[in-house]
Design a protein around this ligand. Structure first.
Ligand SMILES: O=P(O)(O)OC[C@@H](O)[C@@H](O)c1c[nH]c2ccccc12
Length: 661
């Protein structure tokens, strides 16, 4: 397939192997990626899909082109591609929510069954179909894409959660602004987006009036949440059942609130994801009870393309198992409330994070792009244990030779450094090979996203390469340099061209490229991009960011409480037995036994790559500890905060302590 495509002037926005495949009748399989074909004479590229089918004993492959992305994603086209009703596919995955779509493509079952919604979620989804169809007519996808160019850049949702978790040692809070819910009715009377909208209509000048926006209660509550320690906010946008709105989302985004925003919607069509981004969302919810796997996969790709974080919400084992099979999921939300029956049971979180599933979450790495939550610091980590961990890390840093130090310099925790050391002294066994394979896959897919800085992309890729090398990969600097130059966005083409002109690319090392990068990319308007990531002041240059990063390489002081034990013959923890001795492998790494015990005692924690969000039914500090112990690293809380007279104070009540900065 790749060979077939390589010849044409294709812009493939998602690697083909990663795009979701639909198995069809006649053994046809269709890859639904974000692929486009640039056609001479046409202003916009043509969307396409790759197909593969069997003819006799031979596999054939080809490309289907479509007149527009909207057409390509139309239900009729997708049903034609699959040769099956989408409801049939959903039902096969245990999804009980049926979609109306259009006449002629209804779900299985009698007309009466189809017309009577079986539960509230079904109701919501059917209404949503009508609503989305109307919106789509009013604002075509092409217009939306243009609007997105003027939207404020997407912020790092996962980064904010991670930062909060590290700061407080408690699950990060995503505080939800929700006026009403179908189960509880109106939760807070004094919300009044309607009169607010009326005022805006009467006086459009108010649109840019900050004071006016501040008077909107949604915005006020959002600010109170932020001030009292919320890491991110969730804004309900569904009108009919939750009395929310996209205007609320947009207002909060414009109000100066820095917390990244989750658009809480019932997404059934990728159009809604574009719409949410155009209104300033940083993350969006995808509900596994509503969306079949292929939609989740496709929508995840759309999110990635737009720089949005997707939270995939599950409620039961089956949904959790489905989602754990899907590649590229960054965040899982475990909802303790069934959206079909409204029953709330917080032991659901624990149930879904036990045993094999917990292992899978850990193994698959529900990914965060950047390195992050400190492994080994999860269960009840407080400032003191974080300090101890840093001391332990310092001691490990002290104990190794400079050539090895490079490998663990970026480790955030003692355990991370320890794992790296263990690996670097081991031969390449089977487990390592499979880890290496998955790292290579990640490397192949790695591309700079539109909201990312060159600095961040560079360090993400080099981190990955370092890991691959640790697992035995012999990838050379030349291949990495070539990859970086190839995957940097088009807007830097002139910079890439000038690097290529002035250097022999095959001889350029990563470090040299990094050096040219600072000189050249820094002079080419990357500032806005940098500012986009954390809402930082755009004057903060990449060099400064680099300086900040390099600070972390300074070896910490030797901790007093680890000094009393000197390395002896008995407490030498790792001795090197590599088949082909090298300078590095001839060394011994000596670590005091106490230190090793400390590091290994944290071996059962989820690593830094998973954040699971616990949702619904959280009211008291014991609930927070309970889901934290189950492995949750962030919580999404609505009702118990919004109902209180002072929702800000309610945060410290819920956590049992002040979590504000
Ligand atoms: O208000 P609670 O019980 O704290 O729950 C918040 C949130 O989990 C809930 O609002 C929610 C979870 N999934 C959803 C999907 C759509 C709308 C709302 C939701």
């Amino acid at each position: 397939m790749e060979r077939l495509l390589a010849g044409s002037s294709l812009k493939v926005r998602a690697p083909i192997s990663e795009s979701p495949a639909v198995k069809c009748e006649r053994n046809l399989s269709v890859r639904r990626g974000l692929m486009q074909l640039a056609v001479p004479g046409r202003r916009t590229p043509v969307p396409l899909r790759c197909v593969r089918w069997d003819e006799g004993n031979t596999a054939q492959q080809g490309i289907l082109t479509y007149q527009s992305e909207e057409f390509m994603n139309a239900v009729e086209v997708r049903q034609w591609e699959c040769g099956k009703s989408l409801n049939y596919i959903a039902a096969k995955q245990g999804i009980t929510i049926r979609r109306h779509y259009r006449l002629g493509h209804g779900s299985n079952g009698t007309e009466t069954e189809k017309d009577a919604p079986r539960n509230i979620l079904q109701h919501i989804i059917w209404d949503k179909e009508v609503e989305v169809a109307q919106y789509k007519q009013a604002i075509p996808l092409e217009t939306l894409k243009k609007n997105i160019k003027n939207a404020p850049p997407a912020r790092d949702f996962i980064g904010a959660l991670r930062e909060s978790y590290l700061r407080t040692g408690f699950p990060a809070l995503i505080a939800e602004v929700k006026k009403a819910s179908p189960s509880k009715g109106v939760l807070r009377e004094d919300f009044d987006p309607v009169s607010y909208l009326l005022l805006l209509l009467l006086s459009p000048m108010l649109m840019n009036d900050e004071a006016f926006h501040q008077s909107n209660l949604t915005v006020e509550i959002a600010k109170v949440y932020e001030k009292n320690g919320a890491a991110c906010l969730s804004i309900l946008t569904d009108k009919k059942y939750f009395q929310g709105s996209f205007e609320n989302l947009e207002d909060v985004r414009k109000s100066g609130v820095q917390c990244p925003l989750l658009c809480k919607e019932f997404v059934i069509d990728s159009w809604q994801i574009y719409y949410a981004r155009s209104k300033g969302a940083d993350a969006i919810l995808l509900i596994a009870a509503v969306l079949p796997d292929v939609d989740i996969m496709y929508m995840t790709l759309v999110c990635r393309e737009l720089g949005l974080t997707a939270i995939v919400e599950v409620h039961n084992e089956r949904e959790m198992d489905r989602v754990l099979q899907i590649d590229g999921i960054q965040l899982i939300g475990i909802n303790n409330r069934s959206l079909e029956t409204f029953e709330v049971d917080i032991s659901n979180t624990k149930k879904l994070l036990e045993g094999e599933r917990r292992d899978l979450v850990r193994k698959k790495g529900i990914k965060c792009y950047q390195s992050g939550i400190r492994a080994g610091l999860s269960e009840g980590a407080d400032a003191n244990s974080q300090r101890r961990d840093q001391l332990a890390l310092g001691q490990i840093h002290q104990g190794v030779d400079y050539s090895i130090f490079g490998l663990i310099a970026n480790a955030k925790t003692a355990k991370e450094a320890w794992d790296t050391l263990k690996l670097s002294y081991k031969g390449v066994d089977r487990a390592q090979k499979s880890k290496l394979q998955s790292l290579r896959r990640l490397y192949d897919r790695c591309e700079m996203s539109s909201t990312e800085t060159v600095e961040h992309y560079f360090s993400r890729l080099t981190d990955l390469v370092n890991k691959m090398r640790l697992y035995g990969d012999k990838i050379g600097d030349d291949a990495v340099v070539e990859k970086i130059l190839r995957t940097i966005p088009l807007k830097y083409d002139h910079v890439v061209a000038s690097i290529q002109e002035s250097h022999d690319i095959e001889l350029l090392t990563i470090a040299e490229l990094k050096d040219c990068r600072y000189k050249k990319f820094n002079n080419h308007g990357n500032q806005a991009n940098i500012a986009g990531n954390y809402g930082e002041d755009s004057n903060e240059s990449e060099t400064l960011l680099l300086a900040k990063k390099e600070k972390s390489i300074i070896v910490p002081d030797i901790p007093d409480d680890f000094l009393d034990e000197q390395p002896t013959q008995d407490n030498v923890q790792v001795s090197v037995q590599s088949e082909a001795p090298t300078r590095r492998s001839q060394r011994e790494c000596r670590l005091p036994a106490r230190l090793q015990d400390y590091v290994l005692s944290n071996d059962n924690d989820l690593s830094d790559e998973e954040i699971v969000v616990g949702e619904s039914g959280l009211f008291v500090p014991q609930d927070i500890s309970y889901v934290h112990d189950a492995g949750v690293r962030a919580v999404l809380v609505g009702e118990s905060l919004i109902k209180q007279a002072d929702p800000g104070k309610a945060i410290s009540g819920l956590f049992g302590k002040d979590i504000s900065k």
